[in-house]
Design a protein around this ligand. Structure first.
Ligand SMILES: Cc1ncc(COP(=O)(O)O)c(C=O)c1O
Length: 482
């Protein structure tokens, strides 16, 4: 039924406690009245002053709502005049419905890249909100948000005086070059370091710039699905290389690939550390300019039992290694920052590619992070959480061995944020994961990380993100499920 002018305010109910602001609430309620045909084409709405006073809100609230609806084509609003409804709601809805159903039934012709990505199970969909012992995270609750907020504020205040231009901010590159050299043995000049929104962005950039259809790429098996997905999408022939105690094994006799992807600090998912001998064997078998190695050091900051083995990149004298890192694990994944150390011969190509794809991280955040690192907060945070995660790893291992020792065999990683517990009997890890998730423990099936036919069945369990009391409760739940 059409509504008279005096009734309009009576049909609107605004809630100041609602997370959705007053403007958004008013806009959406007026839009619904028009769409339902209750405010018909040609009807003048009350003036912003009158509606504001009837609703007890500021005049700006009403003006912003009118402007939004005018921009969407529902109203015509000109200065000094009452806004007028310009469409017939019923017609608009019918037309929109017809278009939507045509769009749904049409088959879009996707690029090979997008078609390939649609076939992968990555990024996987996790339960939200996360449950203990979801793998792949540090404990965001431990992040010093007050200190970070100060760095963000300083960055914002300095923004007006900042040099515009460099997409990879010099202060952050310098801070990273120093940190990577002293902590990870990475040898890089400042211009070799690109700042990106994530480690996954670094893999996408490498795939886009180097991989041609049919190129051979080796990845670890089981391994990190995001890497296989990025290289396959560019048309690579991806081969999974099995692991032994020292991680990925070089494959004498196999055709030399264009690219080898590995996680030598803590193999994802097993957590195994690649020995120095194995690292040099890979370097020896990679011909400069022909085979590139991508070293993903996603959680190399976390080592507990021994001093960290220096990065493969630092052992390479011929510029064959890309070094990928992320702040998602060491700080928080909300920060959306990663980096890529590019071999010298490819720096300018990668800078061009980075700008073309638009993989550019916010200068604001880059500057804040540069201060966070330069003032020592990053290392202080790492020192603190490293102690915490070490204790949590031991707590989880102890709990699993004590309560589930008969069914699970735990592979204790020397570092990292997660561990693998293999099923001693049976090969039904996916069914076990489902049972556990239903009971409130979130894990990932080892077999789902296999590239080829899965040969190992087990659970990938995160320990870093969970307090000892949460870990104990999760282990008790697991024990009741098995
Ligand atoms: C081995 C490995 N590399 C890279 C990434 C991606 O990190 P980012 O969040 O920075 O894309 C992950 C995320 O889980 C990972 O496990």
């Amino acid at each position: 039924m059409p509504v008279s002018e005096s009734m309009i305010s009576g049909l609107i109910g605004l809630n100041r406690a609602d997370d959705e602001g007053l403007v958004a609430q008013l806009t959406s309620q007026l839009r619904s009245l028009i769409a339902a045909g209750r405010l018909a084409r040609g009807r003048a709405l009350p003036s912003s002053r009158r509606l504001a006073s009837d609703l007890g809100v500021s005049r700006n609230t009403v003006t912003y709502a009118f402007e939004q609806l005018a921009a969407e084509g529902y109203l015509e609003a000109s200065h000094g005049r009452r806004p007028v409804v310009t469409i017939d709601g019923a017609e608009r809805i019918e037309a929109a419905g017809a278009v939507a159903s045509r769009v749904r039934s049409a088959r879009p012709q996707l690029s090979p890249w997008a078609s390939q990505l649609r076939q992968t199970d990555w990024p996987m969909s996790y339960q939200a909100p996360q449950k203990p012992l979801r793998p792949g995270h540090g404990d965001f609750r431990e992040f010093p948000n007050e200190v970070w907020a100060r760095c963000l504020r300083h960055s914002a205040v300095r923004a007006a005086r900042r040099e515009l231009g460099p997409v990879n901010r010099t202060r952050l590159r310098e801070a990273l070059a120093h940190y990577l050299a002293t902590s990870r043995g990475v040898r890089a000049t400042v211009d070799q370091i690109l700042i990106l929104p994530s480690a996954q962005a670094a893999l996408t950039l490498i795939a886009a710039a180097l991989v041609r259809p049919g190129d051979d790429v080796w990845v670890e098996d089981p391994g990190y699905p995001g890497a296989a997905a990025a290289f396959r999408a560019s048309g690579a022939r991806v081969t999974g290389i099995k692991l032994d105690e020292q991680g990925m094994q070089p494959m004498p006799g196999m055709a030399v690939p264009k690219l080898v992807f590995m996680t030598p600090s803590h193999q994802h998912p097993t957590g195994r550390l690649m020995s120095l001998a194995r690292r040099t064997a890979f370097l020896r078998s990679s011909r400069p300019g022909k085979t590139w190695i991508v070293e993903d050091d996603y959680d190399g900051e976390f080592h507990y039992d021994s001093r960290p083995v220096p990065a493969l990149q630092g052992l390479d004298a011929h510029g064959r290694v890309f070094y990928v890192g992320t702040f998602s694990k060491a700080m928080t994944s909300d920060i959306r920052l990663g980096y890529l150390v590019v071999p010298p011969a490819l720096v300018s190509t990668f800078e061009i590619a980075q700008r073309h794809i638009g993989l550019i991280a916010s200068s604001h955040i880059q500057e804040a992070l540069a201060e966070f690192i330069a003032d020592g907060h990053f290392l202080a945070h790492l020192r603190r959480v490293r102690r915490l995660y070490h204790a949590r790893r031991d707590h989880l291992v102890e709990g699993l061995e004590r309560h589930l020792g008969e069914v699970l065999s735990v592979e204790v990683p020397s570092g990292g944020i997660q561990l693998v517990a293999r099923l001693k009997r049976g090969r039904a890890d996916q069914a076990a994961v489902k049972r556990l998730v239903d009971a409130g423990v979130e894990t990932r099936a080892l077999s789902s990380l296999a590239l080829g036919k899965p040969c190992d069945h087990g659970l990938l369990l995160g320990f870093a993100a969970w307090r000892e009391s949460e870990i104990s409760a999760a282990v008790r739940t697991m024990a009741s499920c098995f």
